[in-house]
Design a protein around this ligand. Structure first.
Ligand code: DGJ
Length: 739
């Protein structure tokens, strides 16, 4: 059983295959955190220490014992009001406006299966997972405040999920001013914080820094999880690297404004925490009402960062992503955006589909510009009727013509938005989030629809259905291109609850769409990777990773993304050169090598390519079909860091160790330099592998020790892809066969 209660020590322990997590209800009734680390039996309360510490207050329950202070003790759910002056997870106000609560343990319950959360995305379990849920009730009788802490364990995946439900069980009104979902308290240690920052077209750049005294805040005040900071934190011992050392992660399953904080306190203890954004948040709870905190997925590895990422990949890929496309081979697509932007005709699109068919590409995606008078990005969002004049026919006819070529059809939409220059806005100005009397702040000339309102969500659902019902649409790119700045919802009781209710509206809408169109592949997008998070992945199994399609910049973006997200989620395309974003020229082979570390597709006009380039693309598409299962499901290893190394590599190894794909790109060259070597990982010790293309044999142990020479990659931006098949030492490798 993964969750155990020990009556003698009053401890609750959560055990996964390789980790243990322990908490204790102490004699005062507070719920203390004892341990999260390498799997260990026994009681870890020996880690707690008590001393009369000047400056740290003692709660009434201490009964005058000056050595007892929550300011110095590690906790499970720190709250404001009982003397812990570090950053809390919960801050509430009562009807008088006074801050402060005092939450004590009331009861616990252990049950089989992993909890789910009403209205919010959360990891799920499947039969055979042996998942369990622990719920711990904390109460403050004075306020009638109850908090249910939820812990869901997926033992084989080495993952523990957390959430909390705050309820008003009393008679007076309460206001929740801050609600976060989880924290990890460390009583000592020198740790580094790794977080993932960036900007539009350069998302998720890793940053690793020592946790210094004070607080380090990351988060988003933009209404979406954001390009700027991803809701993923990794803490690591200072010596931890890819292959060795302890590391912990906190990953939020939420796509709206969030806050994460890492604080090193006066006693050099460290608290890492994560949850809802605090600014512009105040959530009223009348008697009988409650609010659910979004889930945080936690994981721990004692074997370095690679192992931690592999754990996160598995939980995201197999227990957050769901539905028809979860385990299926995704279509190789050709997207119209960088080919035409909004300047196209129906014939251009059909011509593109013809080229797609010729290249062996599965799916043609018609991006922005197909509706109303949308010929530039200043207008028409919300008016989702097809511009038949531009297309030269209705959408059904266009789709039929594409399908007749043997190509599937997909379409772009930005459902949550409205342009001021649109019929929708003229008809329903109050549907946009805008503060009465204040000129709204625009982003890309557009406003955000108020998804906290049911009638707006219902209307959007109708619009989406009436588009999708016009023909055989098999893919939807769900875009979102600005942040939420002005928050005001007509008729709302409290504007401080609107951003959270917006997310509930969005998730509810997505749930209705996937229920009605279960085989539709939805690719998330927010100006590229501005909403690249575990919350969206619950609804959209892949997300356009960045608007930056330059293969070299993508190495950093995809490297950073790989810490928390599997390649199956990474939307990646080959585009034309010079790159439209940064003007860089890279070989077509390298662009494909990098795009193959994701869902793979093209975003260019094939008509502009030479016959040689088209032949190359035909071969790339065929190659990817032999590799896609490895990219989607293989165990991922980072072989180098694009911010540091001259050659950056990465690798996928199948679960049975029978196959691997080793990739590398040269990022820096010097004249007359020596040979470079790449050292793969995770192969089966003692085995022999043969390279599919060359037929060359490699002993696995030597390969994992001394590596392989990169003879094929000598010039700047050259790349290699080595597909290794495990063999018994006999050359019997047929094209495309797996052992
Ligand atoms: C932003 C997306 O990231 C792009 O791929 C493209 O779909 C544009 N929006 C269209 O406006």
């Amino acid at each position: 059983m993964p969750i155990l209660y020990d009556e003698k020590s009053n401890t609750l322990t959560i055990v996964t295959d390789h980790t243990s997590y322990q908490m204790q209800v102490d004699a005062k009734g507070y719920l203390l955190h004892l341990y999260y680390g390498t799997r260990s039996a026994g009681c870890m309360d020996y880690l707690l220490t008590y001393a009369d510490r000047g400056g740290s207050a003692n709660p009434p329950a201490a009964l005058g014992d000056r050595t007892y202070s929550l300011d110095a003790l590690p906790q499970e759910f720190p709250f404001q009001g009982a003397g812990d002056c570090r950053s809390p997870l919960l801050r509430v106000r009562d009807a008088s406006g006074a801050f402060g609560c005092d939450l004590r343990f009331s009861s616990f319950r252990i049950r089989d299966g992993k909890y789910s959360l009403p209205g919010l995305p959360a990891a799920y379990d499947e039969e055979g997972d042996g998942a369990q849920t622990l719920s711990v009730i904390l109460q403050d009788p004075r306020l009638g405040l109850e908090v249910e802490l939820l812990y869901g364990v997926l033992p084989r995946l080495d993952v523990i999920c957390r959430s909390a439900i705050v309820r008003n069980e009393g008679k007076g009104a309460l206001l929740v001013d801050k609600l976060e979902s989880a924290c990890l308290d460390f009583v000592h240690g020198e740790l580094d914080l790794i977080c993932f920052y960036g900007r539009h077209a350069m998302e998720r750049i890793p940053s690793r820094q020592r946790v210094e005294p004070g607080s380090r805040l990351i988060g988003s005040r933009r209404g979406i999880s954001s390009h700027q900071y991803n809701p993923l934190l990794v803490l690591a011992d200072r010596m931890t690297d890819e292959r060795a050392g302890r590391c912990w992660s906190l990953q939020l399953v939420y796509s709206g404004a969030f806050k994460a904080e890492v604080e090193r306190d006066q006693y050099d203890q460290i608290r890492a925490q994560m949850g809802l954004g605090e600014e512009a948040f105040s959530y009223p709870l009348d008697p009988g009402e409650s609010i659910v905190a979004p889930e945080v997925i936690m994981s721990f590895s004692a074997e370095g960062l690679a192992r931690l990422s592999q754990q996160l990949h598995e939980v995201i890929r197999t227990r957050v992503c769901r539905g028809y496309w979860r385990d299926r081979e995704r279509p190789v697509l050709l997207n119209s955006w960088e080919a035409f932007y909004m300047d196209f005709t129906g014939e251009d699109i059909v011509g593109m589909a013809r080229q797609a068919a010729d290249l062996g590409i599965d799916l043609l995606v018609l991006d922005d510009g197909w509706f109303s008078d949308r010929n530039d990005d200043t207008k028409a969002l919300g008016d989702w009727w097809v511009n038949e004049e531009k297309l030269g026919c209705d959408l059904g006819e266009l789709i039929r013509r594409v399908n007749d070529l043997g190509v599937s059809f997909g379409i772009w939409m930005e459902p949550e938005m409205v342009s001021e220059k649109s019929e929708l806005f003229r008809a329903h100005p109050d549907w946009a989030l805008a503060i009465p009397g204040k000129h709204p702040v625009l982003g890309r000339d557009q406003l955000v629809l108020d998804l906290s309102r049911t009638e707006v969500v219902d209307a959007l659902f109708e619009q989406i259905c009436s588009l999708l019902d016009q023909g055989n649409i098999e893919y939807l790119k769900w875009d979102y291109n600005r942040s939420i700045i002005d928050v005001y919802s007509h008729g709302a009781r409290d504007q401080g609850a609107v951003p959270y209710r917006y997310m509930l509206g969005l998730y509810g809408l997505l749930e209705r769409v996937i229920a009605r169109y279960p085989t539709l592949l939805i690719e998330g997008c927010a100006g590229g990777g501005g909403r690249f998070d575990a919350g969206m992945l619950y609804y959209t199994p892949q997300i356009w990773c960045s608007d930056n399609t330059d293969a070299v910049d993508r190495l950093t973006i995809q490297y950073g993304s790989s810490f928390g997200y599997p390649s199956s989620a990474v939307g990646a395309h080959v585009s034309a050169c010079p790159n439209h974003m940064n003007g860089r020229v890279t070989p077509l082979a390298t662009r494909a090598c990098v795009a193959m570390a994701g869902t793979f597709g093209y975003e260019l006009d094939p008509k502009r390519l030479s016959k040689k380039e088209l032949d190359t693309i035909r071969g790339q598409v065929q190659d990817f079909r032999k590799l896609s299962h490895l990219v989607r499901e293989g165990r991922y290893w980072r072989l180098g860091d694009p911010q540091r190394d001259a050659v950056v590599g990465w690798e996928y190894v199948s679960a049975d160790g029978d196959e691997a794909l080793v990739c590398a790109v040269v990022l820096r060259v010097e004249a007359n330099e020596g040979m470079r070597y790449l050292v793969p990982c995770g192969l089966t010790p003692g085995a022999t592998y043969v390279e599919r293309a060359s037929g060359r044999y490699y002993p696995a142990d030597a390969l994992m020790d001394m590596g392989m020479p990169l003879s094929g990659a000598r010039s700047l931006y050259d790349s290699v892809q080595v597909h290794l098949l495990r063999c018994d030492g006999v050359a019997d490798i047929k094209e495309g066969t797996r052992r």
